[in-house]
Design a protein around this ligand. Structure first.
Ligand code: ATP
Ligand code: MG
Length: 387
């Protein structure tokens, strides 16, 4: 009898002719995640399994599996031969001396000579014969035992089902470029898109010395935290000081943030195309601040010509975003008090209803926009975050 960790994956994406593609990615992502442990990963139809691991590492392995998108749930199980008496013995060993229980059976192996309800009934009866202090309660049992009869003659017996991240295997939907600030919303947005199968690169606009090296370290730290879910990330750091100084010098203060955003979007789109990313991702949430009104988003989005921009937080309340950031572990880093480039030179009352026409008039005052962008693109720094 072996103790194993059984991994269940979302069946939906594994149907149809893309099955091989999805499954390969999921297996790859799981193997990458558990390679630091001394353990064996194997697959059978419909389930994956981790075995031969150190018991002291069991909870760490489970916690790591919870960060792999595409896994629906895991259980720590006893793996036994598909045999009614052995099932009974294992269940007896899991039971307290007294109390109520219920058995749920799932039978994938249709050659096993009893149906699922029959297995539950037979094993349940044998358990009661062996311990008359136990009772069966189908509605509100103290313990629920699961019997999962697999093809190939083996069965998993377990009590707990640990819910995992769900979603699609990272990489299955292609790659996106995440505009990563030091705030709360953008790391959460990256996480949400990775859940739908995007792998990510990230881009950060950095205005040294107006924003400190600590602010950059904070962004690197955020990228590291989300890489636990999203996989390796190349973080592109764009020197943004000269652009911000120029906008500050030449444009009307109330348009500062609008024009800054338009530059970010232009640069992000070029970097994305160069790095084979098929979309941009940002942390905008409708109406959250002046730069995120419908009019502001229209004006910043206007400079994007080729790629879709995904904004998974667009319809979420701040508290909902904060809840996810706490769950994924970015919150404490996001709220560290280092300034973001968006707070540099910002006017007290930015325009909330900009127009494209006004933005173009303001930008005309800058002169050679292209030269500024080229200069920033020539001086990118790339920080590799490998998992
Ligand atoms: P966040 O919490 O993600 O910083 P926010 O509510 O502070 O969001 P803004 O600062 O207005 O909102 O930024 C909106 C979005 O623009 C961010 O979510 C992020 O995607 C992008 N962004 C802002 N500043 C930067 C930056 N310095 N580098 C990269 N992207 C940025
Ligand atoms: Mg911000």
């Amino acid at each position: 009898m072996d103790k194993v960790i059984v991994i269940r994956y979302g069946e939906i994406f594994l149907k149809g002719k893309n099955r091989g593609f999805f499954e390969k990615l999921l297996i790859n992502n799981i193997e990458k995640k558990v390679k630091k442990y001394d353990c064996k990963f194997s697959r059978s139809r419909g389930r994956y399994e981790i075995s031969e691991y150190k018991l002291s590492q069991e909870s760490d392995i489970v916690r790591d599996l919870q960060t792999v998108f595409g896994i629906k749930s895991v259980s720590i199980a006893q793996k036994i031969k598909s045999d009614i008496d052995i099932m009974t013995d294992v269940i007896l060993s899991k039971m307290p001396k007294t109390g109520s229980f219920r058995i749920n059976t799932h039978r994938a192996d249709k050659t096993f000579p009893f149906t699922s309800p029959q297995i539950s009934a037979i094993v349940g009866e044998k358990v009661l014969e062996n311990n008359s202090s136990l009772t069966v309660d189908l509605h509100n049992p103290d313990i629920e035992v699961q019997i999962d009869v697999r093809e190939g003659g083996h069965t998993y017996v377990f009590t707990d089902i640990v819910e995992c991240a769900g979603g699609m295997p990272v990489g299955s939907a292609g790659k996106g470029l995440l505009l990563l600030s030091g705030g709360i919303d953008s790391p959460v947005s990256g996480y949400m898109m990775a859940k739908r199968g995007l792998s990510l690169d990230a881009i950060h606009f950095f205005s040294y010395p107006y924003t400190s090296l600590q602010a950059k370290e904070k962004v690197i730290e955020l990228a590291k935290i989300i890489s636990e879910f999203c996989g390796s990330i190349n973080l592109v750091v764009v020197p943004f000081t000269k652009i911000q100084e120029t906008i500050h010098e030449k444009c009307s203060p109330d348009f500062m943030i609008t024009i800054v955003r338009r530059f970010m979007m232009r640069i992000a789109e070029r970097v994305a195309i160069f790095r084979d990313c098929g979309c941009l991702v940002n942390g905008e949430s409708l109406g959250q601040v002046a730069s995120q009104t419908l009019q502001s988003i229209t004006v910043t989005n206007d400079v994007i010509k080729k790629l879709p921009v995904f904004r998974p937080a667009i319809g979420m309340d701040k508290q909902e975003i904060i809840d996810i950031s706490r769950k994924i572990g970015t919150y404490d880093t996001s709220v560290l008090p280092y300034e973001d480039c968006c707070t540099v030179f910002m006017p007290d009352s930015p325009v909330t209803k900009p127009t494209i026409q006004r933005a173009e008039i303001e930008e005309a005052k800058i002169g050679d926009i292209e030269a500024l962008i080229e200069d920033a693109l020539d001086n990118l720094e790339i920080v590799k975050i490998e998992i």
